[in-house]
Design a protein around this ligand. Structure first.
Ligand SMILES: [Zn+2]
Length: 526
């Protein structure tokens, strides 16, 4: 494991309000960042907004305000939402900030000077929403955008180009690396759809709109949004600024693992062009570009035009952050598409948080109170097969969880913890502590059972800490422990002789019909 970690969400395009889709991606990155910090890895977590381009300019015109006023409002809403959701981002970068604009202009000048960029003219099929030119073959007979499926128009303009073929090798090298692009299906898609057919030089400027960063050498051009946007990952760290200590620490360094989490619709820019720009700047490559799936509704991808945008707020207000975070990480396999449905949401909370986790905590702690006056019995060597089995399952779960989490298999990691909790619930039935308690000669056996169960709860709570951010402190408090650190999970005697604190119900059971009604009333598109 590397000493440091730099993880980024995409910078969101603020052409509408933040919805559950943005919340999903940001929450997954937050879970990962919290996990890394929990493991003692120095972590920097970045998110932000990508504020230039034609679409923003048009939306602002429609609203009768300046583009800057338009993006100020939405960027502010995004930042407030992340605060409400207790997202632990270290910084929020906006591409209209001076610190970013300066870097983009300097990089452009450097590319121009090094002949990585030249002035030419372009004729092709243009997709307005994607701000992308496409070739005849890419748009096909129907003349639709291969990225978004919308109709494209023939357009021509004087434009600057980035020399892609000069840096094709770096992309091919990156693609040979095991997990550079993940999932593998995305990697193959990039290879077959974009790299194998041959790369054209990339347009990196526009004259057809003005809302962007001007090229100093030729101010009637604005810098094409992708060259602008991608540089946020280093401008936010102070690249080319007088204080670049963050950049030295979290980028220009082999001791840092750099991870970009992106949506499928922007993976082409991150996996192909971003590595080229970095190479042209003589900077190192990121370690991983993880392409997450989409959280959709029954009408497909959430979009303002479809009117199926779900705001996370009604869910969070009623069910709390933990429930919403848990649902997102457990129900939608990270890296695949998923669909939000109200009944799956309710059932998932009831099955996993109420019945499995909450119930175990409640049962075990009340038995320790009853049989041992609230003192957790000391760890003793396990003799019976079922006791040994749970004891080693705890150890195995910790190991597997770490491997899965480090590999960004967040859903699988959380499932492992839930499996441990289910096994612990079954173990109660097999061990029948209520029967052991009646027999004085079985006291030591009862101690082993209770210690085993208390450890299952403690370890699971620690492993779920990045996800269940409100309840984990509660459970640690029930167990009478504070200032815990991750490595305490390896100390089998950690809970010895601990005095429990008064407990309360962790999660309330949700009534399916009542809650379906609530969700349908507040979220129209489910
Ligand atoms: Zn498009």
């Amino acid at each position: 494991m590397k000493k440091r970690c730099y993880i980024t969400t995409p910078i969101y395009y603020p052409s509408g309000n933040a919805h559950l889709g943005h919340t999903y991606c940001t929450t997954m990155c937050d879970i990962f960042a919290r996990y890394k910090r929990n493991m003692g890895v120095e972590t920097y977590f970045l998110t932000g907004t990508d504020e230039h381009g034609l679409k923003i300019q048009k939306n602002a015109e429609k609203a009768g305000i300046t583009p800057q006023e338009y993006v100020d409002k939405i960027a502010n809403d995004f930042q407030n939402l992340w605060k409400t959701l207790k997202i632990t981002n270290d910084d929020f970068i906006r591409t209209t900030q001076e610190r970013h604009i300066k870097v983009v202009q300097e990089v452009f000048s450097e590319f121009l000077k090094n002949d990585d960029i030249y002035l030419g003219s372009y004729e092709g099929w243009y997709c307005v929403p994607c701000e992308s030119f496409w070739t005849e073959t890419q748009v096909g007979e129907n003349h639709v955008c291969p990225d978004c499926g919308r109709p494209v128009n023939k357009a021509s303009e004087e434009t600057y180009f980035f020399r892609c073929n000069k840096y094709l090798d770096v992309v091919l090298d990156d693609f040979k690396k095991d997990k550079f692009v993940y999932p593998i299906s995305r990697k193959n898609e990039m290879m077959n759809n974009f790299i194998k057919p041959g790369l054209n030089d990339l347009c990196v400027s526009r004259t057809s709109f003005t809302w962007g960063i001007n090229i100093k050498e030729n101010p009637k051009h604005v810098i094409y949004v992708w060259l602008d946007a991608l540089l946020n990952y280093i401008s936010a760290l102070g690249y080319k600024s007088s204080d670049d200590s963050l950049f030295q620490k979290f980028w220009n360094n082999d001791d840092v693992e750099i991870i970009h989490v992106v949506g499928a619709d922007i993976s082409r820019f991150h996996t192909i062009y971003w590595p080229m720009f970095l190479k042209a700047l003589n900077l190192r490559q990121p370690d991983r570009i993880f392409v997450h799936g989409l959280l959709m509704t029954k009408d497909g991808k959430m979009s303002k035009s479809k009117g199926n945008v779900i705001s996370p707020m009604p869910l969070i207000e009623r069910y709390g952050l933990d429930a919403v975070r848990y649902y997102m990480v457990r129900e939608i396999i990270f890296g695949q598409d998923g669909q939000f449905t109200a009944d799956q949401f309710i059932e998932r909370i009831n099955a996993d948080l109420v019945n499995n986790y909450g119930n175990l905590v409640n049962r075990v702690l009340s038995m320790i109170n009853k049989y041992f006056k609230g003192i957790i019995p000391n760890y003793k060597k396990r003799v019976n097969e079922k006791d040994i089995k749970l004891d080693s399952l705890i150890d195995e779960t910790i190991k597997e969880y770490i491997t899965l989490m480090d590999d960004l298999k967040l859903t699988e990691a959380v499932s492992k913890v839930m499996d441990l909790l289910s096994s612990a619930n079954k173990y109660i039935e097999e061990s029948t502590p209520w029967a052991l308690a009646k027999d004085e000669s079985k006291k030591e056996e009862l101690e082993i059972v209770m210690n085993n169960l208390a450890r299952s709860i403690f370890v699971s709570t620690m492993l779920l800490k990045p996800v269940l951010i409100d309840s984990n402190e509660k459970v640690f408090n029930f167990l009478g422990i504070n200032n815990v650190k991750f490595s305490d999970v390896y100390d089998k005697e950690f809970l010895n002789n601990n005095k429990l604190n008064p407990t309360e119900i962790l999660y309330q059971r949700l009534d399916l019909n009542t809650e379906l009604e609530y969700i349908k009333e507040h979220i129209k598109s489910v």
